[in-house]
Ligand binder design. Sequence first.
Ligand SMILES: Cc1cc2nc3c(=O)[nH]c(=O)nc-3n(C[C@H](O)[C@H](O)[C@H](O)COP(=O)(O)OP(=O)(O)OC[C@H]3O[C@@H](n4cnc5c(N)ncnc54)[C@H](O)[C@@H]3O)c2cc1C
Length: 327
Amino acid sequence: MKSYTELLKQINKATDNANIMVDELMENHTSFRVGGPADILVTPNDVLEVQALIKICKKYKVNYFLIGKGSNLLVKDGGIRGVVIKLCNLNKIEVEGNEITAQSGASLYDVTIAALDNGLKGIEFANGIPGSIGGAAAMNAGAYNGEMSMVLDSMLAIDNNGELLTIEKDEMELSYRSSAVLKYGYTVISVTLKLEVGDKAVIKARMDDLAKKRSDKQPLEYASAGSTFKRPEGHYASVLIQDSNLKGTHVGDAEVSVKHSGFIINKKSASATDILDLIKLVQDEVQEKFGVRLDTEVKIWGEDKEPFEGAASCEAGSTSEIGSSSY
Ligand SMILES: Cc1cc2nc3c(=O)[nH]c(=O)nc-3n(C[C@H](O)[C@H](O)[C@H](O)COP(=O)(O)OP(=O)(O)OC[C@H]3O[C@@H](n4cnc5c(N)ncnc54)[C@H](O)[C@@H]3O)c2cc1C
């Protein structure tokens, strides 16, 4: 950590009341409940602090990683070398007419409730997704025939030089679980959604129905990051996994959920290594049986517990994607 002394000093200077943690375990910040220590984890309070942090990381050639609710992340047991910027304190939501502008750290739950309260429809699908609106925009999250691409109108973001920019819908490059945000390493500060006027009772009924579908079908009682794998073209990952007889297969406390084979769950005290080993086992079995290689939807970040000599290196102009790997 000695090389971070000056960096920490600068971060302290640039952020007024931000919570700054050193060697903070990422298991405390991910829905999988795994992940080793991040060198530095900062929770900025406003856009100026986020800009300053990005500029500082660039100046000191230190990687930075953006997290919302950590509900789509698998952080390895060796943790993260660099600065994790957690955006949960940027969480204001404003409604004007049929538009909602929400800061990136606002929970999808709060955004969907704001839509309901104002009789606006179109984002009911996101009600049970346990992420932030910024994470959902970055991931183009979707469920039950809905997707962020259907409601996003514009975003305020920061590029990896620390400069503010507005991203209009036609510049977002939204595709299945991907976006320009991930591709170019932008930091989403706020998003504006364009919704339609609807009947509150109908909106509420749809939200309740989807919540029930989720609790009936998904292992919500266990830690996970949702669907572990992307949907391969022409197939459903969960069906391929189920038909490979992998339901209930486990490595330590990491298990292919019996309730929903598309979810790998942490039953109690799985390590990230257990989960990664299980992911590989599933990928290999499905490939052998069906000739289809499953890619992870979950973002895999960080280092193994005992990195081999010289493995850690810092790069300039890091993005939210640096440090992630397709396992
Ligand atoms: C039980 C469960 C059910 C789920 N169901 C669904 C589902 O139905 N559909 C679905 O799509 N997903 C689902 N997920 C996955 C996850 O909730 C979504 O991908 C969610 O949108 C991630 O948001 P987050 O804030 O947690 O992002 P994080 O996990 O914190 O980050 C995910 C990615 O987004 C980036 N990111 C986060 N915030 C920002 C920002 N402000 N600016 C730029 N980049 C950012 C990160 O760098 C990372 O690359 C589920 C997860 C769980 C645990």
